[in-house]
Design a protein around this ligand. Structure first.
Ligand code: SAH
Ligand code: SF4
Ligand code: F3S
Length: 472
């Protein structure tokens, strides 16, 4: 076990070879992805690397030779979910002892020893910067039965030369940078994904053009902290502008940005280019300066509010969302109320809210967590209830208005409806069939639009998360 690890970590990434070649390999890979969009985007890179060695993706777990879980470590709950999933997977291994099970992503990086020693069914463990080695490790595990592990973090790997293997659809991700140097005291990401590094800007622009040619209508530029993007002298607003100009008919979005680095220049670039969506997801985490300091977030509430104010001034119908961590160690009732105050003042369109989850080896792990469970439940509840009410109020104000939406996919709940999205990132459910009365006065159902179309839609109903409408 140890030996495999050592050997693989010493092979330069470019030299990894496998004895499978494209023509003789008939192995099928089933992959499940958990966590953030970066992980979903990484899955496309892994599939691309695997397809170069002849592996095919299958959507049927029962028909697979290899099962990969691309995992997340952000909170304890995310890791529990994977451990439970590994228990479920035992039955597949019993049925097919040759089945290879691999763990990719942030848990591979953080919990490699535990996975290797205690989870006997795991054959392959690969961290986020070692995906070029996935085919080799699988190949080796199939041939020798040895476990394989590659979890070195890199200062340079960006997979810049790998064209992600995308699934069908009009929305696509482009990773523009990897890693994070911010070291918020609660967060595992700097440990699981390593140091910040940015991709070649010309290659990002070319990828956007290629995606447009392939029929993609909406792209997300991804990074843990896109505002720290820097390639040669190109910063994030420079890159965003280049992409907006190169694909003027493409909708462009980005996530996630850190309030500390969000520049006026970026807001100006967004306001200047019609195809850059009016939407910012800007994690607040807490409305108390004392807590923000203890989190090492590097901004004050006042600075954060200035960014919000400026963005609304420059783009009046901008969509704004945030992340909030409730009950960080030492959070008092007063701190909690300050968070509620900021939520009330900003009036976010939506928020992702979490109770603080202690993560081993982070700085916050060593802070005393004295908030009892009932208080944690209540505070989170108060945040969710307040935000939900604000979201409903904002969405109800849209009823009767007409919005331009991009039809992205079938609705998850019913194949009689499409899921479309507004420029400011609100989902709108619209019927696939619309009625029209023909010359003889008979009501006919007619499909008037398809996935990928931009349609003007009149909003006729709304709840906190979704709008409902019909073609205007
Ligand atoms: N890079 C992004 C966030 C990535 S993680 C940023 O800084 O904006 C997504 C969200 O998970 C964070 O914004 C935070 O709200 C939450 N999160 C991260 N670590 C957490 C922890 N230990 N406990 C609870 N929530 C956490
Ligand atoms: Fe984690 Fe902070 Fe980096 Fe976001 S900016 S990934 S919360 S360390
Ligand atoms: Fe999770 Fe790793 Fe993303 S910890 S949130 S998958 S960067």
């Amino acid at each position: 076990m140890e030996l495999t690890n050592l050997i693989l970590n010493n092979i330069p990434a470019g030299e990894v070879k496998t004895s499978f070649n494209k023509d003789s390999n008939d192995k099928k890979v089933y992959i499940e992805t958990y966590g953030c969009q970066m992980n979903y985007s990484d899955t496309e890179i892994v599939l691309s690397v695997l397809s170069d060695f002849g592996y095919n993706e299958t959507g049927d777990i029962n028909d697979s030779d290899v099962i990969l879980l691309n995992t997340c470590s952000i909170r304890e709950h995310a890791e529990h979910k994977i451990y439970k999933r590994l228990d479920d997977l035992k039955k597949y291994k019993v049925r097919n002892p040759n089945l290879i099970i691999g763990i990719l992503g942030c848990m591979a990086e953080r919990l490699r020893d535990d996975l290797l020693e205690k989870r006997k069914i795991v054959d392959v463990i690969v961290g986020p910067d070692e995906y070029r080695k996935v085919p080799h490790l699988i190949d080796n595990a199939i041939e020798t039965g040895e476990k394989g592990i590659a979890v070195k973090l890199s200062r340079v790997e960006t997979y810049d030369d790998i064209a992600p293997l995308r699934r069908e659809g009009v929305t696509a991700w482009i990773s523009i940078m990897r890693g994070c140097d911010k070291f918020c005291t609660f967060c595992v990401v700097p440990f699981t994904r390593g140091r910040e590094r940015s991709r070649n800007s010309a290659n990002i622009v070319n990828e956007a053009k290629r995606l447009f040619d392939e029929g993609v209508k909406d792209i997300w530029l991804l990074g843990q902290n896109v505002n720290s993007y820097l390639y040669e002298d190109k910063d994030f607003s420079g890159l965003l502008k280049d992409v907006a100009v190169a694909v003027p008919k493409m909708r462009i979005r980005y996530t996630t940005s850190h309030p500390y680095d969000l520049s006026l220049k970026l807001l100006e670039t967004m306001a200047e280019h019609k195809n850059i969506c009016n939407y910012i997801h800007l994690p607040l985490q807490s409305g108390s300066d004392r807590v923000l300091k203890s989190m090492n977030r590097l901004y004050t509430v006042e600075q954060y509010m200035n960014v919000m104010k400026k963005s609304r001034e420059m783009m009046p119908d901008i969509g704004l969302s945030t992340d909030i961590i409730s009950c960080f160690p030492g959070e008092t009732e007063e701190d909690h109320k300050m968070t509620l105050d900021v939520i009330r003042e900003v009036r976010y369109d939506g928020a992702y809210t979490f109770v603080y989850s202690p993560r081993e080896n982070t700085k916050a792990f060593f802070l005393k967590d004295e908030i009892d469970q009932d208080t944690k439940t209540r505070r989170l509840d108060e945040i969710i209830t307040l935000q939900r009410k604000i979201s409903v109020d904002i969405n109800k104000e849209l009823v009767g208005k007409t919005k331009s939406v991009l039809i992205e996919s079938l609705s998850r709940k019913s194949d009689e409806f499409y899921m479309a999205r507004t420029d400011c990132n609100k989902s709108v459910i619209i019927p696939i069939e619309t009625g029209h009365v023909n010359e003889s006065g008979v009501l006919k159902m007619k499909r008037t639009y398809k996935i990928g179309d931009m349609v003007n839609v009149r909003i006729n109903k709304a709840n906190s998360a979704t709008l409902f409408g019909e073609a205007a």
